[in-house]
Each structure stands twice: as structure tokens, then as C-alpha cells.
Design a protein around this ligand. Structure first.
Ligand code: ZN
Length: 172
């Protein structure tokens, strides 16, 4: 029998991760430099919604798992997930998780927010937000932000109305 009405399903995502020993997390000079390049100089919008509000820089491969990762495998995979074209231009070894080939720009909502953020929801749901039809919401607004701060709720509503755009591929 077809399900002919949209319906909300809630589930809890449980994740068990074995982190390798790693240095204390700090913002490196290369990270600051690449964030400045992507956000301030190239003005790249959120990959998901095209918003330029509250932009943050996300590591595709998790920063704290870097000591456990084979950087040659990382490099090959990043050539496929090459949102900004940097992997096509650069075949040098990846020496830091803060390498710009491993970074994407996201708004705060699509980075960390509990119903929309890549750090909070599963990849199939997160990436579907990028291709959602105009006027359709596939994820509800976040309750935490909604109850805590009205101003933030308004920002999210505004953010959600922006049509997804393909980021311009920077030449360098
Ligand atoms: Zn966004």
C-alpha cells in the first residue's frame, strides 16, 4: 500500500568510535589560512544551502582520526569528493587534516545543528538537503535553538529558504 502522506520519523543515531592517540586539538596556522581563503577571499557559500550566514569550515575526514588514516587513500577519495576542484590541481601528499582538499564550507546549521548538521545526522539525510525541491523541508528545525534563542530560529528559517547553489570552483 502506498504511503501517500509525508511523515516524520525520529531515531537515535548511536556511534562508537575508537579514536587513535592524537595531539590536543588546536586551530593550526594552515587551518586559519585555508579558512580565510575559502570564506573571506573566495566567499564560498554553505555547500548545502548556499547561505553566507555564520559560515564554518568542516573537515571531510575527521580531524581527530587523522593519525589513523592512510593519507594516500585519503587523497584518492578526496579526488572523487572534490567539491572545489583542489584535488585536481594538487597531487602532493596530504600532510595535515587541515589541507584545503579536506575542507568544505558549511553554515552553522548544516555543520552542527541537531536536525541538519553533518556532525549530527546521517550522511544520506544530510546530503539530500542539498538537492531538496523548492518548498519542501525534509528536516525539522532544531528544538534546542528554537527554544533558546528566537533570533537564531529566524536565521534558520531564512537559511532554509535559500535555494541550493553550486559553489564556484576556485581557480587556485
Ligand atoms: Zn547551510
Amino acid at each position: 500500500m502506498p504511503i501517500d502522506e509525508s511523515h516524520e520519523v525520529s531515531r537515535t543515531l548511536k556511534e562508537n568510535i575508537i579514536y587513535p592517540a592524537h595531539e590536543e586539538r588546536t586551530e593550526s596556522a594552515i587551518f586559519r589560512e585555508n579558512k580565510k581563503l575559502l570564506v573571506d577571499e573566495l566567499d564560498i557559500p554553505c555547500l548545502i544551502c548556499g547561505s553566507k550566514e555564520k559560515r564554518e569550515v568542516h573537515h571531510i575526514f575527521e580531524w581527530s582520526l587523522f593519525p589513523a588514516l592512510d593519507t594516500e587513500k585519503m587523497k584518492s577519495i578526496l579526488k572523487i569528493i572534490d567539491f572545489y576542484g583542489y584535488s585536481k590541481q594538487d597531487d602532493t601528499p596530504i600532510e595535515s587534516p587541515d589541507d584545503k582538499r579536506n575542507l568544505i564550507v558549511l553554515c552553522e546549521t548544516h555543520h552542527r545543528e541537531e536536525n541538519n548538521g553533518i556532525h549530527a545526522i546521517s550522511f544520506p539525510i544530510w546530503i539530500s538537503q542539498m538537492a531538496v525541491k523548492d518548498g519542501i523541508d525534509i528536516t525539522p528545525e532544531t528544538k534546542i535553538i528554537k527554544t533558546k534563542d528566537k533570533k537564531l530560529t529566524n536565521n534558520i528559517k531564512k537559511t532554509k529558504k535559500v535555494s541550493p547553489v553550486s559553489p564556484k570552483i576556485p581557480q587556485n
